[in-house]
Design a protein around this ligand. Structure first.
Ligand code: NAG
Ligand code: NAG
Length: 236
């Protein structure tokens, strides 16, 4: 099995990612520097909602149409919103849930960072945390729930993200791997892939990799790649 590991700073369009880990920290500068609708929404809401919360969410994305809210569910964001709505007794507009990355259909996450707002403070945060996990289906877990500073934004405070792409390279797919790896039947050349991966490292303009017709307001296609490795894993 061949696994390609990308270390990405900022947003890179992903369409075949099999898992994604986003590491957004609280102390960072605004990542992409864009004035975005989400951000303006936050500003408007902050008048009434003064408490911001940061979550680290893990999910098995197999049965979801990705993260992002859309009218034809189920998406992970919809399910998390539903859980928060139930526990917090607030509607989704008040919560203003924002995720760091819009993972695609079937993509898994270990560290999807998100934030939401409430008009009140919580003193027993552990109980709230347990209550949210209590109503979530067991393929979605909130791993961490903590207070965030008002300037924190799950999308714009991102400093870096880590993506793992798993490819199962064999004529016959392992049924136990089918939800966690992309099936590639023709023989890959790991040596050539390792050589190619080297060239992604550094700061580059990734316009050629973007789909302009679905450009979600990402105005800066110049990204820094810190790490890009092709690792061969022993199949079990
Ligand atoms: C919220 O409550 C916690 C726990 O009682 C407290 O430590 C924290 O200072 C409060 N936050 C604000 C912004 O009042
Ligand atoms: C680009 O995005 C459009 C709109 O979502 C989609 O219809 C099209 O298939 C995409 N093209 C590629 C090459 O992914």
């Amino acid at each position: 099995m061949t696994s390609v590991v990308f270390g990405v700073r900022g947003l890179l369009p992903v369409s075949v990612a099999q898992s994604v880990t986003n590491l957004a920290t609280q102390k960072s500068q605004a990542g992409e520097g864009e004035l975005n609708a989400d951000f303006l929404e936050d500003e408007r809401r902050s008048v009434t909602a003064s408490h911001k919360w940061r979550m680290v969410i893990a999910y098995e994305g197999t049965r979801y149409s990705g993260w992002q809210y859309q009218s034809s569910p189920p998406t992970v964001q919809c399910i998390v919103e539903k859980a928060l709505t139930k526990v917090m007794k607030l509607d989704r507009k008040e919560l203003g849930l924002v995720g760091a990355s819009r993972t695609d259909k079937g993509v898994h996450a270990w560290g999807q960072v998100a934030h939401f707002l409430t008009p009140f403070n919580y003193t027993a945060l552990d109980d709230v945390h347990a209550a949210v996990n209590g109503v979530l289906p067991d393929d979605i877990r909130v791993r961490e729930l903590s207070p965030a500073v008002p300037e924190f934004h799950a999308r714009f405070s991102v400093e870096s993200k880590v993506y793992h792409y798993k490819i199962y390279n064999d004529a016959v797919m392992d049924p136990l791997q089918r939800n966690y790896a992309f099936h590639c039947t023709y023989r890959l050349n790991p040596a050539a892939m390792k050589e190619a991966a080297r060239h992604f490292v550094g700061q580059h303009d990734f316009s050629a990799f973007a789909n302009v017709s679905r450009n979600d307001r990402v105005t800066n296609p110049v990204k820094s790649i810190y790490r890009c490795e092709v690792v061969e894993l022993v199949s079990i």
